[in-house]
Design a protein around this ligand. Sequence first.
Ligand code: BTN
Length: 252
Amino acid sequence: MHDAHAGIIGRKIIHHDQTDSTNKEAINWITKKDPIEGTVIMADYQTAGRGQFDRTWQSERGLNIMLSVILKPQFLHPTRQFYLNKMASVAVADAIYNTSGLSTRVKWPNDIYCNESKLAGILIQNFLTAKVIRHTVVGIGININQKSFSDKLGNASSVFLETGRIHDRASVTDNLLESLNKTYILLREKPEKLKESYMNKLLGFKELRIFDDGIRRFEGRIKGIDEYGRLLVDSDMGLKSYDNNSIKMCFE
Ligand code: BTN
């Protein structure tokens, strides 16, 4: 289905009609088979797709993109691992834009949104020592042609639902691998540029928004993201930094 890709990501592509989870399979490869950097495992259907925080990732058979990329970003200090989230989010947003013309935003830390709906999710799993990131699995799920979603996934959408057009999954996948290659090079060579692209796509950046920190709802403004990937929000409590899952931005 795919040509060999120029660049590291996509040098080897393993395609399955069905697997439990491409991330889980990528982790198996890392522990048992020492795969080359840039190996991509993709599937048309997952029986046990994983999301962040032990959630599941549901995706209809044959309609969407589900893939995991194995990286060995040993040049990146573990304290800067959030740069991997930036690399993946920017590449997913770029690939959607390049192939459908649809502009999306990144909802911190790495959900891809169109208006108030989620089109894509990213699950990054790092394998670290104190000094290096030995392996990273970047798992990406993009809803491409799915026409409806269960009510439980309240805010899910797809590129089809947002554009009214069916998109060729193979072309979007090719573009995604190309975009990932570009952002991976930026990560290594010009991380400041990658940061800039990410901040330009950040949903709600500098706008007055409603947040919920689990204790209360409050108005605040995203001022930035620190080097560890924490969200910096200014509110009547002053400027505070928040870890992933300790704050959410609300839409109403
Ligand atoms: C999230 O938004 O919670 C992250 C979702 C990540 C889903 C992708 S689909 C391909 C890869 N394999 C998985 O089991 N999960 C990721």
